[in-house]
Write a protein that binds this ligand. Sequence first.
Ligand code: ADP
Ligand code: MG
Length: 339
Amino acid sequence: MSKIALLSQETIDKIAAGEVVERPSSVVKELVENAIDAGASAITVEIKEGGISLIRITDNGCGIPKEEVPLAFLRHSTSKIRSAEDLMCVHSLGFRGEALSSIAAVSRVEMITKPADALTGTRYVIEGSKEIADEEIGAPDGTTFLVRDLFYNTPARRKFLKTAQTEGTYISDMLEKLALSHPDISFKYINNNQTRLHTSGNGKKRDLIYHIYGREIAAALLEVNYKGEYFSLSGYIGKPVINRGNRNYENYFINGRYIKSSLLSRSIEEAYHNFLMQHQYPFTVLYFTFPEDTLDVNVHPTKMELRFGHNQEIYKELCDVLFGLLSHKELIPEVPVDE
Ligand code: ADP
Ligand code: MG
């Protein structure tokens, strides 16, 4: 057996990056979440070749002051929390300070950023964790990230990417969820020079659902507005007639965060149980607000999962609210119900 030795920082960064950056859509998720945290009202995402050769993300958010730019790319550096106690009430989507360092470890990144109150901006280039340039430059307010050649230095990870078309579809799905999560932000998505999505940011949830899912779904929605003991809830659920063959249409957002939760999915499906046949799933776009101190968002590096304080109560409350809405008799589907 060989001697025990500490890994180099570069190797540590590459290994850690693997947890946050699985594929191009993870880069898009992290950078768009940063733009949302920066208070942007408009975010543009442009990709080439499924995001493998290029991802460009532009926001009109708060920008990064010149002297803080190199810090932003260090692992565990963040402006969003200061101590573990702050994890009890995270108001931002990010807080682990891992995204920029991870992305920079496995790609070539160029960032141009300028806070509104600065006279000039900063251009910062970092490739495989190595700083290439840090210079003053004229720039609009906000931040632009250019990420090129994802996984150029981690061939094992690159090998597991799917075709550019499939990776592009993952990005498109991710952006739909991010756009739905923030109806008050205008999102634009350009894939190989073609605009695929452009939301208005007018804050109207129904407009957004129409824009993303089309007329058939938008015409068959029930509005949800509820304030309960454990959470409050707004948004829309689909009438049973617009059932779908998979769970991709069960959208729910918690305190502005797009997550996956088997607890919420099970509860939603239970509410629909008598209204849908087996292997049919409902359409939902539900916005939950939980008191921050009842959630643990620090479960996984991608922050796609979280833990709730009162599982049983939440399950029952949600199921009852949705079942109540669905139980109007005009909604009972004509199709025979599975026993
Ligand atoms: P986290 O989001 O967990 O704080 P990141 O690595 O994603 O960690 O980002 C590090 C820091 O860089 C953030 O805390 C934020 O201060 C700054 N930052 C990143 N992206 C942007 C952006 N688009 N606009 C303004 N500041 C940003
Ligand atoms: Mg972040």
